[in-house]
Design a protein around this ligand. Sequence first.
Ligand SMILES: Cc1ncc(COP(=O)(O)O)c(C=O)c1O
Length: 464
Amino acid sequence: MKNSKNKLPAASEGESNISAMRTEWEENNHNSKTRTILKEDASYFLSQSVSSPCLSVISKAEGAYIEDTNGRRYLDFHGNNVHHIGYGHPKLKKAISEQMDSLPFAPRRFACESALALAKKLVEIAPGDLSKVLFTTGGSDAIEVALKISRAATGRHKTISFWDAFHGAGFGAASVGGEQLFRSHLIGPLLSGTEHVAPFACYRCPYGYPDLNGEAQLEICQTTCANFVRYVLEKEGDVAAVIAEPARAVPYIPPPGYWKMVRQACNDHGTLLIFDEIPTGLGKTGKMFACEHEDVVPDMLVLGKALGGGILPVAAVLAKAELDVGGEFAFGHYTHEKNPVTAKAALTTIKIIEQEGMVENAEVQGKYLLEKLNLLKTKHSTIGDVRGRGLLIGVELVLNQKEKTPANELAEAVLYRCLSKGLSFKLTMGNVMTLTPPLMINKEQIDIALEIIEQSLSEAEQTL
Ligand SMILES: Cc1ncc(COP(=O)(O)O)c(C=O)c1O
């Protein structure tokens, strides 16, 4: 029998970093300086899927662009979703520098004004009645704080989350995550009680229902994906929390009414609803929070990534007041929990997003990009689906539109052609070009990206 420990994980989080096409691209593109650094990098860092060995060496990040040591500039339509305000925003750099001068650190037994100001601001912009906060350094930790709160508040420990989701690399976060990559048998048992359900994914409905141009046909499917969450809540009977991204990062947008149905099912079973808005929060989908599109307020909402403005690491859990149940115990207590510098960075980032109308820009530019990509779909039978909301957009490549067979090889060829022409993005699930430009992107930059995508797709179609 084949040892499952040696089986390669299915494509999910990003494209392979050891494929033949990656090697070929590196051979054709790297100068000797880049090669030397990459070689040394690979010799020091523990190797891991997706990230190490690395693609290239970044030497500059400014606005919507990154530049590598080959001297190539890339429009960054990936940015790990940290670059909402663009890299190195001058107002953010100034605020961080002033904060470092006035108060560089606060040992965690003390309050500090910038952490308090951030807490107030988050409560002000949060949907509904989320009025309590806790900060951590990274998103994975914040997810685990939310899980601990849900256990303490309900006296239960089980969770329901989605297969294929990523919620972070920590043990707790990987347990509720649904990617083989992070749930490898190599690390042994994960948390118990972490039930998973198949997520909404209308173009490839895991429950087998047909879509219409990527949209759900609700009269046929009856939103079975949401009903199944209710079914599991009912069968288990003692689930502490449902935890998920309101708009999946693949990306997939929920069918209309999905979250209202799940919210109701949670209410009916005494289960809390936790939204992971680590990539989508602060405007990515054209509203400050992706859950606002659904008109659903979670019991806890988790933020990270762009909160630090693309410079510093900071994440947050926002919770309803009645979930303040830690009492004499501690769910967080991270060393940098109230770091005045990261807090100042987050507060300034939110202010920049508001002052520069970036949420509105995400909506406008996102609509434009979606419209143009849909137009491209009419010209290329290899584009199976174009979907997204705001600046969270996916282009799914297939061998033909009817069969929907994933065109992984084509997607990889398109990716490397795009990189060569100066556009960076990542592949998800092997064949989904995932485009997540910063919120400060303008129409000219989107037009450049579209041209690169169209050229690269045409070239790759001919070659393969
Ligand atoms: C949806 C989601 N949740 C959680 C995380 C984990 O955040 P971090 O890498 O800061 O721990 C990520 C990171 O990519 C994410 O995309």
